[in-house]
Design a binder for this molecule. Sequence first.
Ligand SMILES: [Zn+2]
Length: 241
Amino acid sequence: MIFKRISKLLSSSDRKITDNCCQSSDSITFGLIKTEPIPTNDISGEMAYLSSLHCPCKEPFTFHRLCSFKMNNDKGEVIIDCYELLCRKGTHHYFLYFDMYHPQTSKKVPNNLTFGSPEGRGWNNFLPDFDTIKFDLILSHILKADRYKKDIWLLGDSNKMLAHSNEMLLARDYMDKNDINNAIQHLDMALLIDHKWEQLWIYKKRALIHLGKIDEIRSWCDKAKIVFPNTWKSICKDNDI
Ligand SMILES: [Zn+2]
């Protein structure tokens, strides 16, 4: 069942949106800021769009959904999705915004990007360890993450909460013992169940500081700015880096 759902998600990337490729948008900030989201038709439209997108060196991307939030625009209240993208070579990193409540998926591309064959890989959920996953391995990470989320979900909401706090406690225990690698594993599990807890983001940043992973700390803070637009400073105090 899980595999069916995943393969359905992934196969949606086969849908061709590359005909008449590629109109670049009139606006250089198209898709790059939340007030100019990319119109798509449903989640399958987002998946098809993201899978076909290529970076300036013509490589496909890996991607995951960082957040969704409500926003008011001229149509009233809309829900915006934000995705993080990293190209296969690991050199091009983007955050893109989508509005999936449109009858058709846009054929316009953000500045400097193009459409190509639908080789991109990702899903419409959060992957806590996104930064460290290689292009060829992302599908197995997604299957594992989906399996874990699904198992917890099947146990009911209260067990989801319980699993969440359990993972967090285990992570804290390992942090106290200075076993940072194990701490991160449990933090990632907690983040997978529910990544909208600031405290988890603070713990993970501390763990990354322990490991001296400067690039990952920076990237974690870039994400925090998007997920917590009003309070990210509590997660990313500059003097910590
Ligand atoms: Zn690239």
